[in-house]
Write a protein that binds this ligand. Structure first.
Ligand code: UD1
Ligand code: UDP
Length: 383
């Protein structure tokens, strides 16, 4: 029998854990593959990391690099040094990276320079906005990867336009949606709606959910204030809950914008909280609570990449607080609307959606729960 194929599966940040979940589980089904989870430590808080491993029934990472936060250069540099040591020791046959975070590009670059084959899951997405750190990460990773697994046909076209040979590109679908479909039922057990007082006597009231973490929105105090004012205006019509990313929590504190939100660092919440503060900020939620929360929302406002996709599948209206998206399929086929970061535009569109909703046109092709299966099958044939 041939030797087993050793695969380092890299994850560093919250969305990565959700994406590797289905890939890891499919690889594990095939005896020829020996997947090893490498957690870079880019995200490290319990509610940004451990909780996802626990809820998604993933084993503890085999290797933990403990990189932590820093400037782009610092963080990427540290993770390259640490990952190079791991590659030298483990001598993997393949390194799989997912998404577009610093851990993605750093580890892909190390592997490529060591002549180890690289697979990029979620290749080919483009916002065409190079001021966005993720866009740099996507372009660089795609140009050094050997296997490029895409979520939609637009991504294939982007890659072909950039001269990536056809034989490296595989349209396999969306692994984040694999995880959503796998855990959707389980998420219904979450008590978050009752905790937040959105569900009473088995009735669910109208509410909106917000997430924000893009540097373009939350690192600039003027933009952040403008968005928070817009959210306050929306909160006058419908309660708004805001599970806050640590970057955003820190910036709200730094820019002394605390008065624009009511931040409760712990759930369960005190009674009557909604009457006093219809814009309620809470710590980041675990996957199952968050999935349940967005599944029943009247409206989601976000600058997240993954949440644009999840709301498309859940048929929940999504207002994306950005001027561009690398996921145009969620607008063409899903429930996503781009609203930018202008206060009036956000409020006006939110009010319209609260009145009328938005219609989803269709489920994007291959967002069907079997993307990781397709990826595994291709790797089995090609390696
Ligand atoms: C990163 C990714 C972004 C992705 C997001 C998902 C890059 C360049 N950015 O952004 O593409 O959409 O993750 O959530 O890779 N922090 C904590 N605890 C943590 C993690 C972070 O307090 O567990 C704080 C630190 O102050 C840190 C800041 O958040 O400096 C930003 O973290 P970082 O990983 O650099 O970027 P994100 O904004 O999380
Ligand atoms: N998510 C979560 N808890 C939260 C906010 C988001 O579990 O409080 C999940 C969400 O369902 C999605 C992923 O985290 O699967 C998106 O991560 P994030 O927005 O941090 O990153 P992006 O997708 O923008 O890279």
């Amino acid at each position: 029998m041939k030797n087993r194929i050793k695969i380092l599966l890299v994850a560093g940040a919250r969305p990565n854990f959700i994406k590797i979940s289905s890939v890891y589980k499919e690889l594990k089904k095939i005896h020829r593959f020996r997947p090893i989870i490498v957690h870079t430590g880019q995200h490290y808080d319990v509610d940004m990391s451990d909780i996802f491993f626990r809820q998604l029934q993933l084993p503890k990472p085999d290797i933990f690099l403990g990189i932590g936060s820093g400037t782009h250069g610092e963080q990427t540099g540290k993770l390259m040094i640490a990952f190079e040591r791991i590659c030298a020791k483990e001598n993997p046959d393949l390194v799989i990276v997912v998404g577009d975070v610093n851990s993605t590009v750093g580890c892909a670059l190390v592997a490529a320079k060591m002549n180890t084959r690289v697979a990029h899951v979620e290749a080919g997405m483009r916002s065409f906005d190079r001021t966005m750190p993720e866009e740099i990460n996507r372009v660089l990773t795609d140009h050094i990867a050997d296997f490029l697994f895409t979520t939609c046909e637009d991504a294939n076209s982007n890659l072909r336009r950039e001269g990536i040979p056809k034989h490296k590109i595989f349209f396999t679908g969306n692994v984040m949606i694999d995880t959503l479909l796998q855990y959707r039922k389980c998420a219904q057990q979450s008590k978050i709606l009752t905790t937040l007082q959105f569900k009473k006597n088995n009735k669910i009231q109208k509410y909106a959910v917000v997430t924000l973490h893009r540097p373009s929105n939350v690192d600039d105090p003027v933009t952040l204030r403008r968005i928070l004012y817009a959210l306050n205006a929306i909160a006058k019509k419908v309660p708004v809950v805001f599970p806050m990313h640590p970057r955003t929590i820190k910036n709200i504190e730094r820019y002394k914008l605390g008065r624009t939100v009511h931040y409760i660092s712990k759930v369960p919440l005190p009674q009557l909280v909604w009457k006093e503060s219809p814009l309620l900020a809470i710590p980041p939620l675990g996957y199952l609570d968050f999935l349940n929360l967005i599944s029943h929302a009247t409206l989601v406002l976000t600058d997240s990449g993954g949440i644009q996709e999840e709301t498309t599948i859940l048929r929940i209206p999504c207002l994306t607080i950005r001027s561009n998206t690398e996921r145009p399929i969620t607008i063409k086929e899903g429930t996503n609307l781009l609203v930018g970061s202008d206060r009036d535009q956000i409020v006006k569109t939110a009010f319209k959606v609260l009145r009328q909703g938005v219609v989803r046109k269709r489920r994007p092709r291959y967002w069907d729960g079997r993307a990781a299966q397709r990826i595994t099958k291709i790797l089995l044939e090609k390696l």
